[in-house]
Design a protein around this ligand. Structure first.
Ligand code: IMP
Ligand code: MG
Length: 179
């Protein structure tokens, strides 16, 4: 069994700086709205949402939902589906979906059309990571932390079969890339 720690792709410090910048930009863009409603997509976004929400300087509220697409690995990917819904309605609210990573964009696309049907005042998306190599044209990311290559990453909320979620940095899954 491979017990190697994941190789660092994005350091804790780089994440901290980038999340701070995202927070300042989003706070500026939404300066005139009464409240920004953040929707965290569980489970991968829980750490990013915790930091991003504290980097904002505008009034904000938080809710969560959960989507599932990957069972255990990319090879077993099925269609994205909602497995846990929001606690409150979003009609008339300014909504910002907070995602950990956008890979093909299937999950995001499905989620955004579901939320759009509920009549928010506005609907945008902020993702910490994006893998542009696999992106489909329909998935638009309004705020993006980092673009990364097509490797499986873990840490800062992201997992490999539930492992490594609590790593403070973004790492590349051990064994990835033929090492
Ligand atoms: P998509 O539907 O192909 O965009 O996949 C999005 C979802 O797959 C993300 O929200 C993650 O849950 C998961 N995912 C994709 N790539 C990675 C990765 O490198 N590490 C961890 N999870 C990933
Ligand atoms: Mg996710």
């Amino acid at each position: 069994m491979n017990r190697q720690e994941p190789e660092v792709l994005i350091t804790e410090e780089a994440i901290r700086r980038r999340v701070g910048r995202l927070g300042r930009r989003i706070s500026k863009d939404y300066a005139l709205v009464e409240n920004l409603h953040l929707i965290g997509v569980l489970r991968g976004s829980f750490i990013f949402l915790a930091d991003l929400s504290r980097a904002l300087t505008i009034p904000r509220t938080v809710d969560f939902l959960a989507m599932a697409s990957y069972e255990t690995d990319v090879a077993e990917k099925g269609p994205a589906r909602l497995i846990m819904d929001l606690q409150t309605g979003i009609a008339g609210k300014h909504v910002l979906v907070v995602e950990d990573i956008v890979d093909t964009g299937d999950t995001l696309e499905c989620l955004m059309s579901l939320l759009a049907s509920r009549g928010p005042a506005s609907l945008k998306c902020c993702a910490l990571l994006g893998k542009p190599a696999r992106r489909k044209a329909e998935a638009r990311i309004d705020y993006l932390g980092f673009e990364i290559p097509d490797v499986w990453v873990v840490g800062y909320g992201l997992d490999d079969k539930e492992r490594h979620r609590s790593l403070p940095y973004i790492g590349i899954r051990s064994g990835e890339g033929g090492n």
